[in-house]
Design a protein around this ligand. Structure first.
Ligand code: S3P
Length: 178
């Protein structure tokens, strides 16, 4: 893998902005954007909540690990947005780090909660109030995000464009390293 062919991989919690920021980065780089939730849905022929209902979280995670592997093996250098829980699998963490430059888009729980609203379409937020569940999940997952990421970009109080600029600056700095 050379810097020029490496994927740009975005990780982070639900509501961190991976999809909108990823699309903005892909547009500026003139690269495809691959969203692992969309890949899972296309392979299963079902939306994410129905996969959780039919196969449980374990079934979804197996499909997600495969989707990340498929995205990472794309021949064309791409921007890849990973579902929030993809990094829980240690093999996935090492796979994305090998496939490219990994950026954790971070935000505090209150901001994540404001962005996801009622949590519709996100099965993990269907039980408890989204803000409490996001806080719990973030605490649990923080070590995995830290372990997987080459860089962290804070999205708190910043526009999508500003976050995309920060991500691309970090990516460019990495690509310039000898
Ligand atoms: C999940 C995040 C969702 C989706 C699924 C589970 C998670 O993706 O993969 O509902 O475990 O955090 P986004 O992070 O794109 O919302």
């Amino acid at each position: 893998m050379t810097a020029a062919t490496a994927h740009l991989v975005l990780i982070g919690m639900m509501g961190s902005g991976k999809t909108v920021v990823g699309r903005a980065c892909a547009e500026r780089l003139g690269r495809p954007f691959l969203d692992t939730d969309e890949l899972v849905e296309a392979a299963a022929g079902l939306p994410v909540p129905e996969i959780f209902a039919a196969e449980g979280e374990d079934g979804f995670r197996r499909r997600e690990a495969q989707a990340v592997a498929d995205a990472c093996s794309a021949r064309e250098a791409s921007v890849i947005g990973c579902g929030g829980g993809a990094v829980l699998d240690p093999r996935t963490r090492s796979r994305i780090r090998q496939a490219g430059f990994v950026v954790w888009i971070a935000a505090p729980p209150a901001t994540l909660a404001a962005r996801v609203g009622s949590g519709a379409g996100r099965p993990l937020l269907a039980g408890a109030p989204p803000s409490a569940e996001l806080e719990r999940l973030l605490e649990l997952r923080e070590p995995a995000y830290r372990d997987a990421a080459h860089a962290v970009v804070d999205s708190e109080g910043r526009s999508v464009d500003a976050v995309a600029t920060a991500v691309l600056d970090a990516y460019a700095a990495h690509a310039e390293q000898p």
